[in-house]
Design a protein around this ligand. Sequence first.
Ligand code: ATP
Ligand code: MG
Length: 285
Amino acid sequence: MSRSRAGRSGHNQPLTVPPSILAVANQKGGVGKTTTAVSVGAALAEMGRKVLLIDIDPQANATSGLGVDRSRVETSIYDVIVMGRSLAEARMHTAVPGLDVVPSDIALAGSEIELVDMARRERRLQYALEALASDDDYVLIDSPPSLGLLAINAVVAADALLIPIQCEFYALEGLGLLMHTLALLRKELNPTLGIAGIVMTLFDARLALAHQVVDEVRNRFGDQLLTPLIPRNVRLSEAPSHGMPITLYDPTCRGAIAYRELSANLDARIQGGAVLSTAEIPSPV
Ligand code: ATP
Ligand code: MG
């Protein structure tokens, strides 16, 4: 994929600075990875950025959350990762102008096993992205809640991680494991992997514990913690069943406003080059 984004027409502020490939990752389940990938993808597209969301989770929640009709899917991420088809063949438009998706597929569930015997099995997505000639400004990868080969493909292909953390006690334990894994992946597979930001999700301002978790994460990550915090908002949990990102489903609800602001801040950070360098991995919590 072309690394130069200067001068693309249609933008007030053309993108010039990588990274643009962000893996939305946390091995913990149900922390808001998919909600973040879909909502940030839609909000960035709404700002005029061109976004490709790759769903590499066999659960296919981002695919269905974007209203992709499974019967229309001819080529999925399974065909790309396992069968060697191109991302260009698999990408589909969504209802949001500027936001495309590479859909997932239940067949992906078996791919962890199929991949085991394949050459360069951790780099299948990286190679597919390198072969993609496109003018996307951002590629967001929604990864599964595991540390298996699919999640590793996402992290290896990425320039940086976007890490959603749920504002609850166990989040901190999970974060320690994630930092350990990140250090390992940098050492073994992707030495330039950065952190694009931490997204605090499902924040309930009435709970003292939620504030404590945010404070703890802020102590560790400083300004890597993206603002605003994403509130617990029932509209965010309803949107996927209508096959719409929150920015379409209820554009003025608290969740939509928060994700829109966060996406603008993320975009500004990335354009400013403020992504953690390899030397700055916070120690495990
Ligand atoms: P998995 O690990 O299974 O892939 P995930 O990390 O992708 O999960 P989501 O699917 O985004 O997590 O969120 C888990 C559940 O919480 C979903 O039902 C989602 O709709 C809901 N949810 C996520 N964020 C919020 C929020 N801010 N407010 C209310 N509900 C939310
Ligand atoms: Mg998910």
